[in-house]
Design a binder for this molecule. Sequence first.
Ligand code: PEP
Ligand code: MG
Length: 309
Amino acid sequence: ERETALAEADRPAVTVDGTTIQVFANVGSVQDALDAYGADGSGLVRTEVLFGDRRTAPRVEEQVEVFRAIASAFGGKPITIRTWDIGGDKPLPFLPQEREANPFLGERGIRVFRKRPELLRDQLRAISQVAAEAPVQVMFPMVTTSEEVAWALSELADIGASGWDVKVGIMVEVPAAALRISSLAEGLDFVSIGTNDLTQYTTAADRGNSAVASLADGLDPAVLQLIDRVVRGVPLGVEVAVCGDLASDPDAAVLLAGLGIRELSAVGPQVPIIKSRLRQTSLAEAAKTAAQALTLPTAAAVRDLFGQR
Ligand code: PEP
Ligand code: MG
């Protein structure tokens, strides 16, 4: 089955009832982009991973070179570059942070740059340069408030003097962001749900702590309800993607499609599997399964919906 999936990986994933679900790959290196297993693009380029081994901040030109290599590996398919997502479990040597008692609840993602925007600005300059040559989208992580969205847009406006024509989006990974998505996503082109952090913050269970791993389950109906709310709540025309690990699980991918998600971004090796599974999926059936999942008490009960397969 894996062989058939691999052979057909380059083809789009069209459900039995004729809806195309785009399946992208998450990348953290140029090699990931070269090995993208027929992905339709990248829904998440993790820049803090790309440059995670640097002792000093990469210059604009260096970033341009790496982003260009990734865009070129995808040969004209869209890529979504996420701005520095540091803090929490991801320190960067060239951006020292104060010690915090609760780093996952502290200065993470976009929060880090409010007081010192220079590194973010350089990154936006690099992204904008590559966006002039290739279909590049920019995405801001850990957004919580509309005020942060306005700030991010103003930073873009400030550096984009000459024709900034990139699509702009945010990660939805904070429950507050999901709950007020209709106002938060106004003026954006897309949102992408980060189920890893959304699950961690919804269940108050550390995503990296194996002692609470069973609580931090992305199939928890409470998490699915937030995803449903985002799909239903975004302003007209704002696309909704999922780039957290949930998108790499074939059963979950079916559920997400059933909830109305049309863009998934998975780990590279899972892309052919997810595409193959979606090709065998009736979206009408998936929507019924998803509606049922929203009413269940536990992630285990949601998994049981797929138990017969
Ligand atoms: C997420 O939180 O789901 C996500 C995709 O971002 P990261 O795993 O890099 O925090
Ligand atoms: Mg995250």
